[in-house]
Each structure stands twice: as C-alpha cells, then as structure tokens.
Design a protein around this ligand. Sequence first.
Ligand SMILES: [Zn+2]
Length: 328
Amino acid sequence: MSIRFTLKPLAALSLIGLLGSQVVLAAEPEEAASSAQTTSNTTVVMLGTGTPVLKHERAGQAILVVVDKEMYLFDAGPGFVRNFDALSGKDFMPEDIYFSNESVYGEMNKVFVTHLDSDHVMGMPELMLRPWIMGRSEPMKVVGPKGIEAMTTNILEAYVDDIDHRLHGTQPANPEGFKVDVTEIGDTQVVHQDNKVTVTAFKVPHGSWPEGMAFGYRVETPEKTVVISGDTRHDEALYAHFEGADILIHEVMSETGVDQLPQDWQDYMYHAHTSTRQLAQIGEAIDPELLVMTHPLFFGQTDEQLRDEMAGYYDGNFVLASDLDIYE
Ligand SMILES: [Zn+2]
C-alpha cells in the first residue's frame, strides 16, 4: 500500500493535549491534496464514537462531514454536542460567532439518523434545542427511519415549557430554529442532494430491527466518498454501497472479546455487529484509502488490543477512532 498518514502538527498537538485525539490526512498524493484545497474540501470529524457501554472519553455516536463549511451530521448520540464546541475556530468550520444563523451553531442544520437505538439518538433533544438558542433560525432537517417523526414530536412536547419561556419571555429568540423538518425513510434511496453533495441511505441488517429500520449512509462530495456503516452485521450485499469509499467508517467489535461471551450473547452480537476479522474482509474487498473503526465493542479488551487484533487480520491503513479525530 502506498498510502500515508500525515499528522498536522499544530492541530494534532492541541487535540492531543485535550483529549488524546489524532488528526489524520487520508493519504492522497500530495499534488492532489494541494489542488483539491483550492477547489473543494471535505473534512470528517468524529464527534462521538461510543456505544451503549459508558466511557467518559467517548460521547455517543455522531459523525460530522463538513464540505466547504456546509455541515452534514450523522447520528446524534448522547453528549456529542459538547464536542462540537472544540471545532470553534477551525478553518474548515463556519465562523465562530454566537447568536447568528451563520455561526457554527446556527449552521448545525441537518442530521441523518442511522437507526433509533438510544446510543445513536439520545443527543437529539440537545441537538434540537441548544443550537437554536445559540443561533439556528431555520427548522433543522432530520432524516431517519420510521419513528423519528414521533420521537422529535415527543421531544418538543417534553421541552414545551423551555421552548415557551424562551419564545414568550424576555430572552430574544427566533420562532423557527427549534422546529424540525422530518423525512422518514424505509428503503435505500438518495436522501439529500445539493450542488456539491449527494447523501444516499442504504439499508443495513442490524440485529432484530426489521428491514428498513437501520441504515448506513454514503456521502459523495466533489473530493471524496465517505461511507458510514451505521450499526450492522457483516453482509457482503453491503459491499456495493461501500465500493469506491475513500474513507470507510465502520462499526467494529473485538473478536477475542466476543468469543469469550456465553453462546447466546455471541449469537446476538454476530447478528447485530461486525467483528475485526469480518471488518478485515470488508477492507480487503473495498480497499479504502482509510478504514476507520468506530463504535468499538471491546468486551474487556483495550484500545491497543483491538488495534493489534485488527492489524493481525488487515494489511491496509486503518485507525481506531477517538472523539474529535479529524480525517481530511
Ligand atoms: Zn449502536
């Protein structure tokens, strides 16, 4: 493999200082990278990399793709909104100003949900309300499986007193930014298209969720194809959606760890999730420039052990994502 990762020293140092995170350049030839910078830039930020297992250093699932300062968010797990603040002032982000629709908060205006497991949506109330207070003045676009409309409606109902006092009290507030514009999907389809970016949702098999209730997303930008697996078991039928990915962001579980579980839990896990060995097969078949392991289920293994396990199966370039990792 001729792919290299280049650390951006200043950004990397500041992030490492905060949270031990890493900034990785996704291995384009240098000439291509510099010419791309003059046209269109795609940046991926891991805002949350966690699972239902509590880890203080991992917020709930949330992946941000930024294309020329336009933001595309995938999932809204618990606690990720706080990580968003660490991006203030980054050159790929909108301006760092408050109380404006042009701000980093105001432009947090669309989210694509993979499925309704709580580790992927428990941050929805915060995503709906906090950027509104900080400046979003348009309804947020929400795409997700059947049930996401009822969830957002019920969230607004739950916070009705907060919304009322901000709208009708003495605090300046706009009347639209807390609202949502929801599209429910049940099948593989294009869910967003603008002049630069196409987002396609594709069905994935995840445990006992019925077909059409769990999705991955393929994001095609002028510069890159980024594919987000969502939560899924290994299924070669998905390769058609992974094909051509520059950055493939895929869930993972430790094979060593899962094999130590009781048989009924092993059966469940392999019905719902993808082991390191299976992910290595996917990597070999797809050959992305960068394979990102996220949503790591460790079952007692450490980060290092999970990385070592993967390295034993896979020759390509991969990273185990941490919160606030940046790939560009
Ligand atoms: Zn999950």
